[in-house]
Design a protein around this ligand. Sequence first.
Ligand SMILES: *[C@@H]1O[C@H](CO)[C@@H](O)[C@H](O)[C@H]1NC(C)=O
Ligand SMILES: *[C@@H]1O[C@H](CO)[C@@H](O)[C@H](O)[C@H]1NC(C)=O
Ligand SMILES: *[C@@H]1O[C@H](CO)[C@@H](O)[C@H](O)[C@H]1NC(C)=O
Ligand SMILES: *[C@@H]1O[C@H](CO)[C@@H](O)[C@H](O)[C@H]1NC(C)=O
Length: 484
Amino acid sequence: MNGRGRLLLCLFLSAALTPPRQLAVAGAASGSSSKVVTSLPGFQGRLPFHLETGYVEVDEENGTELFYYFVESEAGAEKAPFLLWLTGGDRCTVLSGLALEIGPFQFVAEPYNGTIPRLQINPYSWTKVANILFVDTPVGAGFSFSRRPQGYDVGEVSTSLQLHELLIKFFIDRPEFLANPLYIGGDSRAGQLVPFIAQKISEGIEAGRSPILNLKGYLVGNPGTGENIDISSRVPYAHGLGIISDQLYETILEHCQGEDYMNPRNTLCAQSLGTFDNLLSEVMAAQILLDNCVYASPRPGTETGKSAGAARKILSEEAVIVPGKRVKHPPPRVPLGCISYTAYLSYFWANDPLTRDALGIKDGTVDEWVRCHDGDLPYAVDIGSSIKYHRNVTVNGYRALVYSGDHDAIVPHLGTQAWVRSLGFPVVDDWRAWHLDGQSAGFTVAYSNNMTFATVKGAGHTAPQYEPERCYAMFNRWILDQPL
Ligand SMILES: *[C@@H]1O[C@H](CO)[C@@H](O)[C@H](O)[C@H]1NC(C)=O
Ligand SMILES: *[C@@H]1O[C@H](CO)[C@@H](O)[C@H](O)[C@H]1NC(C)=O
Ligand SMILES: *[C@@H]1O[C@H](CO)[C@@H](O)[C@H](O)[C@H]1NC(C)=O
Ligand SMILES: *[C@@H]1O[C@H](CO)[C@@H](O)[C@H](O)[C@H]1NC(C)=O
């Protein structure tokens, strides 16, 4: 049995043998549990926002429970829009979206010394204007778990259906939010699911599934679509930024026509893409102007070449710093000045017993919290292209915002803009700058059917992590149905 199999078995056994501790129960009817969190380790004093955490069971047969953080809007929870937010990557925890991007608190970037990392307020939290339900998904991400190993065998479609189920159950327990305008949002790989979830919700509304959700629209940031263009647009993007030569650019165009850029069959194409990847690896693809620090990856064995030795050394250091804690696979330490330093800190915060206690994490469910996985759990890529759902949902009158951090070489704005345009909707507000404090903060174009595309100047792959103020301004205007 491999390591993962053993881990799953342990998980299964310990979950089966340990009866879940009874928490403050909000939704006995739907089998959900929740807890109001008034203080958090690392944050001084009472939280100045309303935070609730909990679980919603979405697959009874396998005992799958998705963990959520729910933050009420400071603008008045009763009226504010309600946003379901998802994080992408390979089962990356939604704490990334919450504490590194759009939520009300973030980590203080200071050297980790064995004391629980400190938290501070994010002045550009999207919860100023919206209620946000952050969900750890797919199951296996963050604190979400399944009692049976089979429960981890999910894919894009089943995960989307579980999230629809989660919303239904959440609103059954919290009918006071049912009338608030509902939006679905996420970035990167989660962007692939978002229009599909919106489609499923709209089908549920048409079929009269109770309770009727008040879906208004969705937003996606540097989203994957499942199409080749997400990847192939890296080539003109890197060319335009001087990362690759004219010659390589021309060679790729010549030999990769009609090829799947992830699995090219043409040898010359494969070779030139190899050269391309080497050159691109010299910059941080998520934000090409920043230092290419070691990615704060979750598990050992993922770092390559030069970083591996250093990472192993640090691994053993950290194991000494936090004796007796659940620190088995700490991410390699990154230099303090790197943007990913706070992602590195999140591991120590989330695995601290005090944090687990404050969040109401059920004993025996998730032994070790990791920020992302790396292919150790199955995930079926079964939605195919999400572009047809973007078209259908917006044609049916739902609003959509597609935004791109313009310094992202992972899902470059060039590809995103191209497929948005290919939907063929008439332009109602032509390409122009949008502004913040008298300065251009990006560019935008609006189509009929309420589809808006916008770039965010200077932002990377998970845009609000890099340009929080601009992203907040964009979100604030869009969610309140104002022009950018
Ligand atoms: C670690 O750093 C924090 C804040 O910088 C400080 O309050 C704490 O005393 C330090 N702990 C140790 C063990 O050095
Ligand atoms: C439980 O897991 C199995 C294996 O992944 C899956 O086929 C089945 O549909 C799941 N049950 C439910 C109710 O989703
Ligand atoms: C488009 O959306 C409508 C309404 O939700 C749905 O009934 C229809 O099946 C969808 N079409 C496609 C191609 O998904
Ligand atoms: C947005 O949608 C609403 C209703 O679905 C419609 O009344 C309005 O004209 C649309 N706006 C644009 C700019 O197409």
